[in-house]
Write a new protein. Structure first.
Length: 403
């Protein structure tokens, strides 16, 4: 394994979307997203891997150009970030996987089972109100309503998708991925503090929490802030505040539930105009699907009571990872003389979507310093990053070359 190559590439990708605050903004279909996908193709080509692109802009890098209808071992993560996010979320797995596949291919030649690295087009939902669109498309779980979504500038998902895929055609062929996925392995930073507080320096993921994300809308009537009397106002923000207060008090009583109101947009968003509409993004998660469903039911009752509406933008069930693949990862950890841990993921990942597509899947976690992620301070020790990539590469070797 080329240790220097991994760290060099991670720092180079960090510059594609670098913000003045020290973070990274690389949202789906923006300019830096396009540069990153093209750079990924260049890295894969250096190892002699065969690259192609699907209609979402996801890039695949395989050990053969003849994988149609064959079962392949897929490995990777997502290329996009949250706004002003960290430098490792997603891209660590993207770079580590293409290097692992490329280095194995160079050293050992064609594997018994084809290997394919993947750089998913989108996972975060940072630009459009939809998540996991890359992996959902691959596994036939994508709702066509996604294509009509608009970003804050009014540009549609489909417009941007078509433009960027046309651009990628200059460097890779575009087509529908028609291979079968035998198994999927994703390497990722933990994004929490469990490993930081443990003697372990790496983990295999046993389960991923279920997640529901709602876009809630309250409606009012716009009018002048100074001339409209308080009595009789129909204020969308007042409704939104009442709704949010009830959500916090109700969901806050549910043990183990994690819920976040992370985005609020008022329309017309002017200081001296009564809002006519307020959009609220609510994210709720739990490892127990029954409790998550119960929380969702509570939220819908609150929404109906204040006369608001909602749209479910993410709905991923709580998902166990494949036991046999977990065992394979644990063997690789022991071979690398690493102290391993078993833990569940509180964050959603592409592995969860792929597992729900009836594909055996597993994740490998490395520690996040101070348990911090989705912010510029996100970081992981170099030794941990390298250890995770070694475990991934060894696991892929055992699965693809020794099977």
């Amino acid at each position: 394994m080329d240790n220097e190559k991994l760290m060099t590439l991670l720092h180079e990708f960090k510059q594609l979307g670098a913000t003045p605050m020290g973070g990274v903004t690389r949202c789906v279909y923006d300019d830096n997203w396009s540069l990153a996908q093209k750079k990924y193709v260049a890295v894969a080509n250096d190892y002699g891997l065969y690259c192609f692109c699907d209609k979402m802009g996801t890039i695949y890098a395989a050990t053969s150009d003849h994988i149609s209808h064959k079962p392949v071992i897929l490995t990777g993560s997502h290329i996009d970030t949250v706004v002003n996010g960290g430098w490792l979320d997603g891209i660590y797995g993207v770079v580590s996987s293409v290097l692992a596949v490329g280095q194995l291919f160079q050293q050992f030649g064609t594997p018994k089972i084809p290997l394919c690295a993947v750089s998913f087009s989108e996972e975060e939902g940072s630009r459009f109100d939809a998540t996991f669109t890359g992996s959902r498309y691959l596994t036939h779980q994508l709702d066509d309503a996604v294509f009509n979504l608009k970003d804050h500038m009014g540009t549609t998902f489909n417009q941007e998708r078509e433009n960027r895929v046309t651009e990628l055609r200059q460097v890779v062929p575009v087509g529908r991925p028609n291979f079968k996925i035998r198994s999927y392995i994703e390497l990722h930073i933990e994004q929490g503090n469990t490993l930081e507080q443990s003697p372990a320096n790496i983990a295999v993921v046993t389960d991923i929490v279920g997640q529901k994300r709602l876009l809630i809308t309250t409606k009012g009537i716009s009018n002048h802030a100074g001339t409209t009397q308080m009595l009789g106002r129909v204020d969308a923000m007042q409704k939104a505040v009442k709704l949010m207060t009830q959500i916090y008090s109700s969901l806050g009583l549910m043990k183990g539930l994690r819920f976040t109101i992370g985005k609020i947009i008022a329309f017309p968003n002017v200081a001296n105009v009564i809002p006519e509409k307020v959009d609220i993004a609510l994210d709720i998660r739990h490892i127990d699907q029954n409790l998550l469903d119960h929380a969702f039911e509570k939220v819908t009752q609150i929404i109906n009571a204040v006369g608001a509406t909602y749209r479910l933008t993410t709905n991923v069930v709580a998902t166990p990872m494949d036991y046999q693949l977990q065992q394979q990862v644990i063997r690789s950890m022991k071979q690398e003389k690493l102290v391993g841990e078993r833990l569940f993921s509180g964050a959603g990942h592409d592995a969860q979507v792929i597992a729900n597509g009836k594909v055996p899947s597993v994740m490998i976690f490395v520690p996040s310093q101070d348990g911090v992620s989705h912010v510029p301070q996100e970081n992981t020790a170099e030794s941990d990053l390298l250890a995770g990539q070694r475990v991934l590469q060894r696991s892929l070797y055992d699965l693809a070359y020794c099977n």
